[in-house]
Design a protein around this ligand. Structure first.
Ligand SMILES: NC(=O)c1ccc[n+]([C@@H]2O[C@H](COP(=O)([O-])OP(=O)(O)OC[C@H]3O[C@@H](n4cnc5c(N)ncnc54)[C@H](OP(=O)(O)O)[C@@H]3O)[C@@H](O)[C@H]2O)c1
Length: 224
C-alpha cells in the first residue's frame, strides 16, 4: 500500500538515500534547508521554531504513515584527530542540541496528530552508537544529544500513547555516506569498512513491514 513518508534531513547523506529508495513506491515529503531531490521538498530550518511550524503548516491535515528523522549535526572538528572538546563553543553545543534533540521533540509533538491518522504509524529517528551506554565518544555535545534523543523517544512513547505510534531509534556506527567515504579516503578516518547505506534502508524497511502490534525500541548497528 502506498504510504506517505516524511523524511527530515532529505538533501544529503542517509536521508537523501532513504528518499531515493522510498520515493520509488511511496509519496515522500522531504525536509531540509537546501533542495532535496526526488520528493516533495519542504524547505525549513529545524533549528528555529518557525522552521518547525512551516513543516506543520505545509503538511496540513494529511495523514502521515511514517516520520523518519535523519537530520543531525556534529562538532566542526568532530570525527577527526584534531577534535578537542575544550575548543568547542557554547554556540556549537547549543546548535547541536537544537537540531539533534529539541527539533525532533517539537516536531514529533506537532506531527503526532498526522501520524495518528495512519493505521500503523511509525516514527524512526537516526541516533548514533555514541549515544548508547558506555560507548560515548569525546564529542560531548553530539554524544549527549544522541543519548538525549533515546531518552526523549522512550518518554514520547509514553506521552503519546493514545496516538499508537511505533517509535524506533536506529543507532549506527559510521555509515557509508559520500562524506564518510571521502573522509576515509583522505585519511581523516582510520581505514575501515563503514555500514552500507543499504543496511540502514533494510532496517527501515523491516520496521515499516511490521504489524501495528509490534514495536521496535532501539536498533544498534555496529561495524564488524
Ligand atoms: N553518516 C554517519 O556515519 C552517521 C553515523 C551515525 C549516525 N548518523 C546520524 O544519521 C543522521 C544523518 O547523518 P548524515 O551523515 O546523513 O548527515 P548529513 O549528510 O550531514 O545530512 C544531514 C541532513 O540534515 C539536514 N539538516 C542539517 N541541519 C539542518 C537544519 N538546521 N534544518 C534542516 N535540515 C538540516 C541537512 O540538510 P541541509 O543542510 O540542506 O539543511 C541534510 O539533509 C544524523 O542524525 C547523524 O547524526 C550518521
Amino acid at each position: 500500500m502506498k504510504k506517505t513518508i516524511l523524511i527530515v534531513g532529505a538533501s544529503r547523506g542517509i536521508g537523501a538515500e532513504l528518499v531515493n529508495h522510498f520515493s520509488k513506491e511511496h509519496h515522500v515529503i522531504g525536509v531540509s534547508r537546501t533542495e532535496a531531490k526526488h520528493c516533495q521538498w519542504l524547505p525549513a530550518d529545524l533549528s528555529t521554531s518557525d522552521g518547525i511550524q512551516a513543516i506543520i503548516d505545509s503538511v496540513g491535515q494529511q495523514p502521515i504513515d511514517a516520520l523518519i528523522y535523519s537530520s543531525g549535526i556534529w562538532e566542526e572538528q568532530g570525527f577527526s584527530d584534531d577534535f578537542d572538546f575544550r575548543k568547542t563553543t557554547a554556540e556549537e553545543t547549543h546548535n547541536i542540541m537544537l537540531v539533534n534533540l529539541i527539533a525532533p521533540i517539537e516536531l514529533t509533538k506537532k506531527i503526532a496528530k498526522n501520524l495518528s491518522l495512519s493505521n500503523n504509524p511509525r516514527a524512526i529517528y537516526l541516533g548514533a552508537l555514541s549515544g548508547v551506554d558506555q560507548i560515548a565518544s569525546d564529542q560531548v555535545a553530539y554524544a549527549a544529544s544522541k543519548f538525549g534523543l533515546r531518552g526523549a523517544i522512550q518518554s514520547l512513547r509514553k506521552a503519546l500513547k493514545p496516538e499508537n505510534i511505533g517509535f524506533t531509534v536506529i543507532n549506527p556506527g559510521n555509515v557509508a555516506t559520500e562524506e564518510v567515504l571521502d573522509d576515509i579516503e583522505k585519511g581523516l578516518f582510520s581505514e575501515q569498512i563503514p555500514i552500507p547505506l543499504s543496511d540502514i534502508i533494510s532496517s527501515v524497511e523491516m520496521i515499516l513491514s511490521l504489524s501495528k502490534h509490534t514495536e521496535v525500541g532501539d536498533i544498534n548497528l555496529s561495524q564488524k
